[in-house]
Design a protein around this ligand. Structure first.
Ligand code: DGT
Ligand code: CA
Ligand code: CA
Ligand code: ZN
Length: 508
C-alpha cells in the first residue's frame, strides 16, 4: 500500500510528515557514528540544530551530556566522527567514479578526430576512494573535446574553461572532473605526471634531477642543454630514468621505485588468473538469486568453482541457516555436483562470529561444509583488546578456513573496528586460515596497507565478491586491483589455484 502510494504520488504520507518534522540535516546526522535516529530526534527537540557545524558547537559546549541517555563520552565520540565525516566527504567510491568515467569517456570518444582518452589520477591507481577524475585527451580535435565535455548532459556546474583544460562537476553527487587536452608528443609525460601519486612523482623527479634531468608534465629534458629525451610514452619516461614501467597501482612511493631500479618489480595478480569466487549469497539467506542462477553467472565468467556461503542463524533478519539447514545444504550440494553443473560447487557458510568469539553454529554441523568463512557482523564497537580476543577465539574453530571482511569497515561510512591486527594475522597464519579481500566496492576489506602487512607475516588470501546478486560477481576486479595495490602475486591468492589444488588446500 505504501509502495502504491509512492508510485502514485512520488512519496507517502508518513514520509512527508517526517520530512516536515525534521530538517534535511537529520539524514546527514545519521552519517555521524554514535548518533541513532532516537538521539537525533532528541537533539532536534531540545536544540534547533540544522548543520554539522552547530552539532559540533553543541558538543564543544558540553550540551549533549545534559540530555537523557547522553554523556560526556558521547560528545567525545560525536566530535571524533564529525572529524572523520569531514575527511571523507568530497570522496567517492571507486565503483562510482569508474562508472561515471566509463560513461564520460564513451561520450567524449565520439568526438571526431580524437586520438586518445585516458584516465589518470587516483582512479588509474585503483584507490578505494577517489577525490576527482583526471582525464587526458590527445588529437588534433582536442579543443573540440573540451567543447563537447562542457555540453555533457550530466555536467552540473562548470568550474573552469581554458584553452587546454576544463573542469566541471558531473552528476548529482558533485564529482569533479578535470579534462586536459595535450599535444601527442607530451602525452606520456603528462600521463605519468597526472597519474601520481604526488609522493611517487616527487621521488621520481628527485631521481631525475640526480641523473641530470628535468621532469615535468611536458617531458623529460637533459638539464645541461634542455634537449628532450622522453615524453611521448610513459614507458619511455621511466626507461630513460633507468626504471621499468611501474604499474599504476604501485605508485605510492612505498619502495616501488627502488624495486624498479633493481629490475625487481613484484609480479602482480591479474583478473584472468582468478578461477573461482568463494563468498556469495542466495535466496536461502539475503541473496537475490537462486543457487542455479549464481552458478550460471559464474560459469559465464569462466570460473571452475564457486562456494555458496549464506549467512548463519544469528543474522535472523537474513533468515540465516541453523545447524539442520546447514547439514541439509551440504548434502544437497553433494547431490547437485553429481549431476554436473558445468562447474564445481562447494557448500559453504558465512558463519557469524558471536560477541564472545564463538561460532554461531555447532562444530559438527560446520564440519559437514566444504568452506566456512567466519565474519563479524555485530558488536563492532568493542575495545581493541576485547575484539582481538574475540577474533583469536574464533580462529580456534577447526572448521574455519577464511576470515571474512576482517576489519568490518564500510568505505565512507564506518571505520575499521580496532584490534591487534598483527597478532590476529599471526594466529591465522599458524592455523592455516586465509584472509579475505572482500571485493565489494563498499568494503574492499582488507585494504592495501593491511594486505601488505599481512603478506609480510606470511598470510594467504582469498579475493571474493560477497555477491548477493549475479551482477555482483563482476565486482571481482575491484578486489584484484586492491590486491595489486597490496603487492600480491597470484601465488598469494588461493582462488587462483585450479580446482583440484584449491579443493585439497581447502580441506587440509
Ligand atoms: P584524488 O583525486 O584526491 O583521489 O587523488 P589524485 O592522486 O588523483 O590527485 P589529484 O587529482 O589532485 O592530482 C592528480 C595527480 O596529479 C596527482 O596524483 C599527482 C599530480 N599532481 C597534482 N598536483 C601535484 C603537485 O603539486 N605536485 C606533484 N608532484 N604532482 C601533482
Ligand atoms: Ca584525481
Ligand atoms: Ca584532479
Ligand atoms: Zn559478511
Amino acid at each position: 500500500m505504501v509502495v502504491q502510494e509512492i508510485v502514485d504520488h512520488g512519496s507517502c504520507e508518513r514520509r512527508d510528515l517526517l520530512l516536515k518534522k525534521f530538517p534535511p540535516a537529520a539524514l546527514e546526522f545519521l552519517k555521524i557514528q554514535g548518533l541513532g535516529p532516537k538521539s537525533i530526534a532528541l537533539l532536534f527537540e531540545h536544540y534547533q540544530v540544522s548543520t554539522i557545524d552547530e552539532l559540533e558547537r553543541l558538543c564543544l559546549d558540553q550540551k549533549l551530556r545534559v540530555l537523557p541517555r547522553m554523556g560526556a563520552k558521547l560528545e567525545e565520540k560525536v566530535l571524533k566522527s564529525i572529524a572523520q565525516y569531514r575527511q571523507r566527504t568530497g570522496r567517492y567510491l571507486l565503483s562510482y567514479a569508474e562508472d561515471m568515467a566509463r560513461e564520460l569517456t564513451g561520450y567524449l570518444g565520439e568526438t571526431p578526430g580524437i586520438e586518445q582518452i585516458t584516465l589518470a589520477g587516483s582512479l588509474r591507481r585503483g584507490r578505494e576512494t577517489v577525490g576527482d577524475l583526471d582525464l587526458l585527451v590527445t588529437g588534433p580535435a582536442a579543443a573540440d573535446v573540451l567543447e563537447r565535455f562542457v555540453r555533457f548532459p550530466r555536467v552540473e556546474q562548470l568550474l573552469a574553461r581554458g584553452e587546454n583544460k576544463a573542469s566541471a562537476t558531473v552528476g548529482r553527487e558533485g564529482l569533479q572532473v578535470d579534462v586536459r587536452a595535450l599535444p601527442r608528443e607530451s602525452f606520456g609525460a603528462a600521463l605519468q605526471y597526472f597519474t601520481g601519486s604526488k609522493d611517487h612523482n616527487v621521488a621520481v623527479r628527485t631521481r631525475a634531477v640526480k641523473m641530470g634531468f628535468k621532469l615535468s608534465e611536458y617531458g623529460l629534458y637533459r638539464s645541461a642543454d634542455e634537449t628532450k629525451v622522453a615524453g611521448e610514452t610513459e614507458a619511455g619516461v621511466y626507461e630513460a630514468l633507468g626504471l621499468g614501467w611501474i604499474p599504476p597501482e604501485l605508485r605510492e612511493n612505498l619502495g616501488e621505485i627502488e624495486r624498479a631500479a633493481e629490475g625487481r618489480l613484484p609480479e602482480l595478480v591479474e583478473l584472468a588468473q582468478i578461477r573461482g569466487d568463494v563468498h556469495m549469497h542466495t535466496t536461502e539467506s539475503d541473496g537475490r538469486a537462486s543457487l542455479e542462477e549464481m552458478a550460471a553467472a559464474a560459469r559465464e565468467r569462466g570460473y571452475e568453482y564457486i562456494a555458496i556461503t549464506d549467512h548463519s542463524k544469528s543474522l535472523a533478519m537474513t533468515n540465516g541457516l541453523d545447524e539442520k539447514r546447514a547439514v541439509a545444504f551440504a548434502a544437497e550440494v553433494r547431490e547437485r555436483n553429481r549431476n554436473g553443473l558445468g562447474l564445481r560447487i562447494f557448500s559453504g557458510l558465512e558463519c557469524d562470529i558471536l560477541k564472545d568469539g564463538a561460532m554461531d553454529l555447532a562444530h559438527d554441523a560446520l564440519a559437514e561444509l566444504d568452506l566456512v568463512i567466519g565474519s563479524v557482523h555485530s558488536h563492532m564497537n568493542m575495545e581493541s583488546a576485547e575484539m582481538t580476543d574475540r577474533l583469536l577465539h574464533a580462529l580456534e574453530c577447526p572448521s574455519l578456513r577464511v576470515l571474512g571482511h576482517p576489519t568490518g569497515r564500510i568505505l565512507l561510512h564506518r571505520d575499521a573496528f580496532p584490534f591487534d591486527f598483527e597478532r590476529v594475522v599471526d594466529e591465522a597464519v599458524r592455523r592455516g586460515v586465509w584472509l579475505e579481500i572482500n571485493a565489494s566496492p563498499e568494503r574492499l576489506d582488507l585494504g592495501a596497507n593491511l594486505i601488505r602487512t599481512a603478506k609480510a607475516r606470511g598470510a594467504r588470501f582469498i579475493i571474493s565478491t560477497d555477491a548477493h546478486h549475479p551482477k555482483h560477481l563482476g565486482n571481482m576486479h575491484y578486489g584484484v586491483i586492491t590486491a595489486r595495490r597490496g603487492w600480491l602475486a597470484p601465488a598469494d591468492i588461493m582462488n587462483t589455484l585450479p580446482l583440484d589444488r584449491f579443493a585439497a588446500a581447502m580441506s587440509r
